[in-house]
Structure formats: structure tokens, C-alpha cells
Design a protein around this ligand. Structure first.
Ligand code: PLP
Length: 402
């Protein structure tokens, strides 16, 4: 081929052709386009807190730079941070987690990616309850696994019950994903369901992958519950994936962590050693301060999110054609909008697109989370924006229903 001949066909790998772009990022891109045209867009799409990283954490990052902590670190993280993660789990779960049963990753996303790559052989099945976070199926597919979807019941508050999982279990079930609190539904797994799920995992020999990125955001005084509520024997089948992103408003710092059986951590560490190496050194020092320093900002953010939820959910319920279960954690509402759909506007993606054009409010369609007929509305934005956005959506939906 001469230098001037354009490359017309790019044969991408089979693996990469199985995955699609992120719908949440697509919504943000559309909002940015409209803003560039000078349109006043209100964005209820974001999956990140609207708060700044707390000052003492930022300071720790600045201090790390000043002290020259800018070289490679150990792949699995600086020893102090692994120790802090081990302490966090030992204290919370009432069992011993050693530093070698933990590692630091570039966000929860990389933690999950490492885990799937280290665990899954082609054809291994991963049970993913719907509605699910957008990246679970894509990451499972990239690792050669087969996503198996099970629907949680909206009338039951999207609660995940062991019976639902049991129906989908096969010989090939390797992992069940427990995302509690859930993005997008806000559902939180309670103690008795968690105990049943843990017993099932022990009996059937699959792993429970607990994505607890929103662990600090559980409302109404409820506890964040994990499989170890069933007893110490659940430790062998439990893999935790946590993140500093949402709890400490640290999305851009890119720090997450995993905790689980030592051989898995060793495998994930080898993988990370050949892909991205350590999470940013500076961010790790900031994360150390986040995990071990003053937790007051975490409680303040929880209070603010709870106040917003208490305004947003009743307002959504007043919108013609919308119904909404109570989110018990995270910072999203996931209203059912199926009454607004019909021949002209067939899917939630159509409705989300129409809302952007009609009233300049960005939401994320349920299709992105495996549950059409819903929209995800983030309340990680100011009360002023929320009130105005809900006014606009209500006015637009009135036109649809009248
Ligand atoms: N898991 C869930 C359920 C999420 O919602 C997100 C981010 O939106 C992540 C994991 C990954 O977050 P991060 O990579 O910023 O830690």
C-alpha cells in the first residue's frame, strides 16, 4: 500500500467489536455540544459528586508532589495504603484482611477489569442483575465471559433476592455481581438477602463480586451490608471492589482498591504490572489521607444527597407518566417512564433524546442499564439545577400526556 492510499477498512478485533460506547458519556457529549451552541442545558446525567475533593485530601496530594513522591510505586500500591485498605476491611467485616489480600487500582473500574480478566475463562458465566451499571457487561465480554442477566423486580424496589439468582445458576456460573448500593436503581441489599446470597455462593461455589463504590451513600440510617454478614466462611467467596471516587468526591484522582483471596490479588497485580502499573503515586497519598483522615466530609455529603433525594423523588412522582421507587443509596433516581412511551417514542433512548431537544435536560435512558422504560436522573447536582430541570421535564411530559 502506498503512503497516499487511505486505509479504508480497519479490521478491529472480534473482542472489541462486541462492546459499544458508554451511553452515559454519550449523553454528556450531547450536552456539551448544545452548550457550545449557547443553549442553557441542565445535566442530570453525571455519575460524579458535584462537590470538590475535601481540602485535607487535596492537601495530601499537594504535599506528595512537594515531597517528590512522583516515581513509580509498587504495582499493587504503596504499602501504607494497602495496609489502610486491609484495616478498613478487617475492622468493618470483623475478620482479618492482610495487606497482600488487597491492592490499589486506577479507580474501581480498573479493579473490576482486573478481577474479570483474572477469573474468567471463555464461556464462564457472570450473573448480572438488572438494572446494571453500564460497564459490567462490557467488561465481562472483554474478559471472554458470558453475561447472564437476571431482572430484579421493580415492584419489590429492585431488591436482589437469592431465588432470582438461583434460577439463573448453571455449572458455568463463576461470579455473581452484587452492586450495593446500586447504580442506577439506588437499591441496597439488606441483611437477610445478603445472608441468603452468601449461603448460595458457598453451596454452589461461585464468587460474589461486591461492587461497593457507593458504600458510604446509604440513606435512612441503614447499614451497608456485605456477604460476611453470613459469617467468616463467606470471606473465601467474596471479592470487594471499592473506590475513592464517589465517597470522597475523587473521581479525577483515579483510585480504587480491591480485597479478596491472596491468589486473586497476586494475579490482578501481575496483570496490572503489564498494563498500567501502579495507580498515580500522588493520588495514592491523597487516598491514604481519604481513608485514614477526618471522615466528616463524607457524612456531610451523605446528608446533602439525602436532602436532595427527599425533594427529587416526590417531584418525579408528580410528573405525568412517571413512577419512581425510593432509592435507598447512591445518588440516582430511576423512574419508570413506560407510560410516556408509545408508537412515536418507542424507547427510553427516544424519550431521553426528545427531552434534550424539547427542554434541554440531559438524562440517561434505561436502555443503557438493561432496563428500557426508565430514565436515570442523577441528583449529584445543585438543588437549583434539580428544581429547574424537574420543572422543565414536568412541562414537557405534560405535552406528551395531554
Ligand atoms: N462501579 C459503579 C457501580 C459505578 O457507578 C462506577 C462509576 O460510575 C464505578 C464502578 C467506577 O468508578 P471509578 O472507576 O471512578 O472508581
Amino acid at each position: 500500500m502506498s503512503e497516499l492510499t487511505p486505509m479504508t477498512t480497519m479490521k478491529l478485533s472480534e473482542r472489541i467489536r462486541q462492546i459499544g460506547p458508554s451511553a452515559t458519556l454519550a449523553a454528556s457529549a450531547r450536552a456539551a455540544e448544545l452548550r457550545a451552541e449557547g443553549i442553557d442545558v441542565l445535566d442530570l446525567g453525571p455519575g460524579q459528586p458535584d462537590f470538590d475533593t475535601p481540602a485535607h485530601i487535596r492537601e495530601a496530594g499537594v504535599r506528595a508532589i512537594r515531597e517528590g513522591r512522583t516515581r513509580y510505586t509498587a504495582v499493587a500500591g504503596i504499602p501504607e495504603l494497602r495496609e489502610a485498605v486491609a484495616d478498613l476491611y478487617s475492622l468493618r467485616e470483623g475478620v482479618v484482611y492482610r495487606p497482600e489480600e488487597t491492592m490499589v487500582t486506577a479507580g474501581g473500574k480498573q479493579g473490576l477489569f482486573n478481577i474479570f480478566a483474572a477469573l474468567l475463562d471463555p464461556g464462564d458465566e457472570v450473573i448480572i442483575p438488572t438494572p446494571y451499571w453500564v460497564s459490567f457487561p462490557e467488561q465481562v465480554k472483554l474478559a471472554g465471559g458470558v453475561p447472564v442477566y437476571v431482572d430484579t423486580d421493580e415492584a419489590d424496589g429492585f431488591a436482589l433476592r437469592a431465588e432470582t439468582i438461583l434460577d439463573a445458576c448453571t455449572e458455568r456460573t463463576k461470579v455473581v455481581i452484587l452492586n450495593t448500593p446500586s447504580n442506577p436503581s439506588g437499591a441496597v441489599i439488606g441483611p437477610s438477602d445478603m445472608e441468603d446470597l452468601a449461603q448460595l455462593a458457598i453451596e454452589r461455589g461461585f464468587y460474589l463480586l461486591v461492587d461497593e463504590c457507593y458504600a458510604s451513600l446509604v440513606y435512612d440510617g441503614a447499614d451497608h451490608v456485605t456477604p460476611l454478614t453470613a459469617g467468616a466462611e463467606a470471606q473465601d467467596v467474596t471479592i470487594f471492589c471499592g473506590s475513592c471516587s464517589k465517597s470522597y468526591a475523587m473521581t479525577g484522582w483515579r483510585v480504587g482498591y480491591i480485597a479478596g483471596p491472596a491468589p486473586l490479588i497476586k494475579a490482578c497485580s501481575s496483570l496490572q504490572g503489564h498494563s498500567t502499573s501502579n495507580a498515580s503515586s500522588v493520588s495514592q497519598y491523597a487516598a491514604l489521607e481519604a481513608l485514614t483522615g477526618d471522615q466528616t466530609p463524607v457524612r456531610q455529603m451523605l446528608t446533602t444527597f439525602a436532602e436532595r433525594r427527599d425533594v427529587v423523588v416526590p417531584r418525579i412522582r408528580e410528573i405525568p407518566g412517571m413512577a419512581c421507587v425510593d432509592p435507598r443509596g447512591a445518588f440516582y433516581a430511576f423512574p419508570n417512564v413506560s407510560e410516556l412511551l408509545g408508537e412515536e417514542m418507542a424507547t427510553s433512548a427516544d424519550l431521553a433524546g426528545w427531552l434534550i431537544d424539547e427542554c434541554h435536560v440531559v438524562t440517561v435512558p434505561g436502555t443503557a442499564f438493561g432496563r428500557d422504560g426508565h430514565l436515570r436522573l442523577s441528583y449529584a447536582t445543585s438543588m437549583t439545577v434539580l428544581e429547574e430541570a424537574l420543572d422543565r421535564i414536568a412541562n414537557a411530559c405534560e405535552k406528551l400526556t395531554s
